[in-house]
Design a protein around this ligand. Structure first.
Ligand code: ADP
Ligand code: MG
Length: 588
């Protein structure tokens, strides 16, 4: 009897605070969202003691009159929606009307605010959810909210806070989210009295540079505005081959809201398929604009998760937007390189038949188009570079390129318009073979070479299974393989680039390698695993040392879809820009 009671307003707010206000960063997030909803064009954030001592957000937005200021402190008081139906098309960051009372219930809270209309502002002080003072205050137009001693009255919450370093990292992230979501809003961030950011209003690409530094910005590509099925995508992503050990630089915004969604992550991952080694991640600052009715933001009290009505369309739009940016970048960087290499190859004299042992692995040099054939041939490294006496040789203009030569047994050096390029020959070979295998025997990219004598052998059950489960992909890769009786295998032909190898070893190595890497259940992914394993078999094949073979290798690589990395995601080419070299030599 008498056991059920309605919670007092203060206790109810503290319970709600548990959902909305998890840590100092969630307070900052809510306050920033309110400032943005109030139409601020400049916001200043100050934080002390990892947010437990002080959190202060000042904006130049609409401000509130006294009545509204007091209303704002009530639970479920919001100016942003009136009915549940409004939720469907909510355009503002906030709408639950919970943040201010929740924060005020677990801190020493001061609100100072003034509208453009009134000359004098209002200051309201709340302690642990109780309004303790309301008075006139002289203050600029806009709102300042100050939160001190967060969780002072909820020891359990306070105990759950992590180290100052962790809480600071969460705070930094909350600031970065807003900085990237609203680049047009000027943003200043002070931490323990030190200015961490002073970001002017700027377009997104410039904001990224202001936030992360010019060098990191230079590693990113801007996506051309992309739209499909009413889903717009823009932003910046890492150039191919530029990766990080963590996901810390992946930002997704849906209609300006920082969110997590498996569909967005999947779209990004797919766009970089084969460009990422396991454990490496791309960078992305992606804005997705979509009809608000297609997104449900009210899944989570902190609004961090969203639900899409058409998740797979969103994933595909993200994938395609990035993929086309990467394709574009590829041609931007490589077109001149490609043209000049092709020109070089076209002009290397044919020195007798390329037969026997020294046949280059990649004899199919595609005939260059006429405009390429006319391109200027650049002096090879062997010929001294003509330099006017006394002065240093000048750099080639952007559209020129030359092969400098081999560096040790593993690498090739190239000089491009943008700087020095180092190429890993084995990785290049693997990439080329992998793409040939993808086009397959039917596409005329791989030839099956018949063995003089069919080879018949037994395989251990596990290896036999790996072969049996992937026959179609092996056949399209140029193998003629038959299975019969127990665990026997008969090989009658192998892909041309494995000519001369012992079929037993080849099939064993393939099966071992395939088993060690493949865990997928998806057929397309399995077929790729087969091709990767087959391409790897020829990775370290001996290669003729002459320049013609080197040029052929580079030409073939540059006609690949994804020349930057091998099928395992390891880099094939590294570029060292003139700027980087100059800086290292202290010349800039
Ligand atoms: P919500 O944002 O969900 O509406 P809040 O508790 O965060 O709920 O804020 C309550 C109300 O207070 C808002 O609807 C808005 O009218 C007002 N408000 C809060 N912060 C500001 C601000 N910085 N500038 C102007 N008005 C504000
Ligand atoms: Mg709010």
């Amino acid at each position: 009897m008498g056991k059920i009671r309605v919670l007092s307003e203060v206790v109810a707010s503290q319970v709600a605070a548990g959902e909305v206000v998890e840590r100092p960063a969630s307070v900052i997030k809510e306050l920033l969202e309110n400032s943005l909803d109030a139409g601020a064009s400049g916001i200043e954030v100050e934080v002390r003691g990892a947010g437990t001592a002080l959190l202060r957000v000042t904006d130049d937005g609409s401000g509130m009159d006294r009545e509204d200021a007091l209303m704002a402190l009530e639970r479920h008081a919001t100016s942003k929606i009136a009915t549940a139906a409004d939720l469907v098309s909510v355009q503002t960051m906030g709408f639950r009307g919970e943040a201010l009372p929740s924060i005020a219930s677990v801190s020493e809270f001061t609100l100072r605010t003034r509208t453009a209309k009134s000359e004098i502002g209002t200051e309201a002080a709340v302690r642990g959810g109780k309004l303790i003072a309301v008075r006139d205050a002289g203050c600029p137009r806009g709102t300042t909210i100050e939160v001190k001693s967060l969780f002072y009255n909820v020891p359990a919450r306070r105990k759950f806070l992590r180290s100052a370093a962790t809480e600071s990292a969460h705070l930094d992230r909350a600031i970065e989210n807003v900085a990237l979501a609203f680049p047009s809003v000027a943003l200043t961030y002070l931490r323990d009295g030190r200015e961490i950011h002073r970001l002017p209003s700027a377009p997104l690409a410039a904001r990224v540079g202001d936030l992360f530094g010019a060098e990191d910005r230079a590693q990113l590509l801007e996506i051309a505005p992309f739209e499909r099925d009413g889903i717009r995508v823009n932003g910046l992503v890492s150039r191919p081959g530029v990766t990080r050990a963590d996901r810390g630089r992946q930002f997704f915004f849906v209609n300006g809201r920082a969110v997590d969604s498996p569909f967005l992550a999947a779209g990004l991952r797919e766009a970089y398929r084969q460009m990422l080694e396991p454990g490496r991640h791309s960078t992305a600052v992606l804005h997705i604009a979509i009809d608000p009715r297609e997104v449900d933001c009210n899944v989570h009290p902190a609004k961090r998760e969203v639900r899409f009505r058409r998740g797979s369309s969103v994933r595909d739009a993200v994938h395609e937007a990035i993929a086309s940016a990467l394709r574009e970048a590829r041609s931007e960087w490589l077109r001149p390189v490609q043209a000049h290499i092709a020109a070089r190859v076209a002009h290397v004299p044919q020195t007798g038949p390329l037969a026997g042992q020294h046949q280059p692995e990649f004899p199919r040099v595609p005939a260059p188009p006429p405009e390429v054939r006319a391109a200027r041939i650049v002096t090879p490294a062997a010929t001294p570079v003509p330099a006017s006496a006394g002065s240093a040789p000048s750099r080639p203009p952007a559209e020129e390129f030359r092969l400098i030569g081999p560096l040790g047994p593993r690498y090739l050096l190239l000089e491009g318009g943008e700087g020095l390029v180092m190429l890993d020959r084995a990785a290049a070979r693997q990439r080329i073979l992998f793409e040939r295998l993808q086009r397959g025997v039917d596409g005329g990219a791989v030839a099956a070479q018949r063995l003089l004598m069919p080879a018949v052998f037994e395989l251990p059950p596990r290896l036999h299974e790996a072969v049996a489960g992937n026959l179609a992909a092996l056949v399209s890769s140029g193998f003629a393989i038959e299975l019969f009786g127990g665990h026997s295998v008969k090989v009658e032909a192998m892909p041309d680039f494995l000519a001369g190898r012992d079929p037993l070893r080849v099939v064993e190595d393939f099966a071992q390698d395939f088993l060690s890497e493949s865990s997928s259940r998806n057929r397309a992914a399995l077929d790729d695993s087969v091709r990767r394993a087959v391409a790897r078999l020829a990775r370290d094949a001996p290669e003729p040392a002459d320049e013609r073979a080197q040029l052929a290798l580079v030409t073939q690589l540059l006609s690949c879809e994804l020349p930057y990395c091998d099928p395992d995601g390891k880099p094939v080419m590294l570029q060292f820009s003139w700027r980087e070299l100059d800086r290292k030599f202290g010349r800039s």
